[in-house]
Every structure is written in structure tokens, then in C-alpha cells.
Design a protein around this ligand. Structure first.
Ligand SMILES: N[C@@H](CCC(=O)N[C@@H](CS)C(=O)NCC(=O)O)C(=O)O
Length: 216
């Protein structure tokens, strides 16, 4: 069986867990903190980042995008990458945007309000939170709103890596108590509701919330 190294509340580990759940792929989970000095972990994640991964043949590598690209090759059921070349490129672009610009903003709020206080004993930096809530996150949500149609999914007519990547950020906002205002972002608010209602997403959120509760 393959192995995921990381912690479930990490947004990048979350993305990989969701991809496995969507494809109904089982795995062993090895609880590993970011920057862990564990020798085996460091061999497959020299940057010290989670998630890291080991295949059932014992081959190790890291990075959520790499891991999901790998599992797509292993399991073609419930494909996460569109067949159409332009859709494929757009899906990769959404993943890139979500992992960088979105994560810098939604992840920062999530860290300020949840991860920092619960796991590191940090105090909330209110000035930073205000800037994130009033300026930085709305600018990102404006961009996503402009890209959404009335469809269920960001691209085409099925869930893709684009939805899992953007959705991992929507879970950051849920945990961080940032409500998506349906007056300003009507399409995104509806998309968010649909994403959060997916069974695999509800299960992931429950796993993360029970970790928050055990840290309190
Ligand atoms: N590009 C990487 C980013 C992973 C990442 O930044 N993970 C964070 C935890 S959410 C981490 O391990 N940070 C520790 C560090 O940067 O040293 C991916 O997609 O997996």
C-alpha cells in the first residue's frame, strides 16, 4: 500500500487526501510534521515539506501536484485531469493559481486564526487579519468569481484537479470563519456550498476538525 506523510490539516496534504478519496484509493498515513528531521521523510522530502509520498513499490517523492499526477497514472478511474488539451492546461493553471496566490491569502488567514493559535500558541496578528479579510482575500475571490460559470465544476462537466485545488483553499476559509458573501460573489458562494457538500469533502473536514479539537 502507498504511504502519505504529513498532517491532515495542511492544505496541501488535504488536497492529496481528497484526490485519494475521490479515486477510492487506500493509503497508509504516517503523521509527519512539516520540517520533521525524520531520516526516511527527509530522503523523500529534502525540502522538509508535506505531503511526501511512497508508492507501494517503495519509491518516494514529494509535492502535492507531483503526487496527484502520479496517482492519476496509477488509477484512471475518476480522472482528475481533463482529456481536452485546453481544459487540461486550464486545470493545471487553476492548480498553480490555487497553490500559490490563493494559498498565500486563504492559507495565511487559516494560519492566523487556527493553526498558529492551536498548534503553535501564536497570538493573532489583527492588522494582518484585517488586511487579509478586507483586501487580499477579496481580490482573489473576485478573480475566481470571474472564472466561474453556472456549472457545477470549474472546468467541463466533472470534478478535476482545478476543483480540488481551489476547494482546498475554500476549506481554509471555512476553518478560518471567512464567509463568502453571496451578494458580492454569487457564483462562488453557490460553488462553495456544492463543494463543501461533497461526501469526500465532509469526511476530510471532519478529520481535520477532530484534530483541532484534540489540540485545544
Ligand atoms: N508545493 C508543495 C507545498 C507544500 C508545503 O508548502 N507544505 C507546507 C505545509 S502546508 C510545509 O510543509 N511547510 C514547511 C516548510 O516550508 O518548511 C506542495 O504542493 O506539496
Amino acid at each position: 500500500m502507498s504511504t502519505i506523510y504529513g498532517v491532515a490539516p495542511s492544505p496541501f496534504v488535504r488536497k492529496v487526501m481528497l484526490a485519494h478519496a475521490y479515486k477510492a484509493m487506500s493509503y497508509e498515513f504516517v503523521h509527519t510534521l512539516p520540517s520533521s528531521e525524520d531520516t526516511e521523510f527527509r530522503q523523500i522530502s529534502p525540502l522538509g515539506k508535506v505531503p511526501a509520498y511512497k508508492t507501494d513499490n517503495g519509491v518516494g517523492f514529494s509535492d502535492s501536484s507531483v503526487i496527484i499526477a502520479y496517482i492519476e497514472r496509477v488509477s484512471s478511474s475518476n480522472a482528475l485531469y481533463p482529456e481536452n488539451a485546453e481544459h487540461y492546461a486550464l486545470a493545471l493553471w487553476f492548480e498553480e493559481y490555487a497553490d500559490t496566490k490563493m494559498m498565500e491569502t486563504t492559507g495565511a488567514l487559516y494560519f492566523q486564526r487556527i493553526i498558529g493559535p492551536k498548534f503553535f500558541g501564536h497570538e493573532v496578528d489583527q492588522t494582518r487579519v484585517t488586511d487579509l479579510v478586507d483586501n487580499l482575500i477579496p481580490a482573489v475571490l473576485d478573480f475566481i468569481e470571474g472564472k466561474l460559470s453556472e456549472n457545477n465544476y470549474l472546468i467541463g462537466d466533472s470534478l478535476s484537479i482545478a476543483d480540488l485545488s481551489v476547494g482546498a483553499n475554500l476549506i481554509n476559509l471555512l476553518h478560518a470563519d471567512f464567509a463568502i458573501n453571496a451578494d458580492r460573489w454569487p457564483k462562488l458562494a453557490a460553488y462553495n456550498q456544492r463543494f463543501l457538500a461533497l461526501e469526500i469533502v465532509k469526511e476530510q473536514i471532519n478529520t481535520e476538525v477532530s484534530m483541532f479539537n484534540s489540540a485545544s
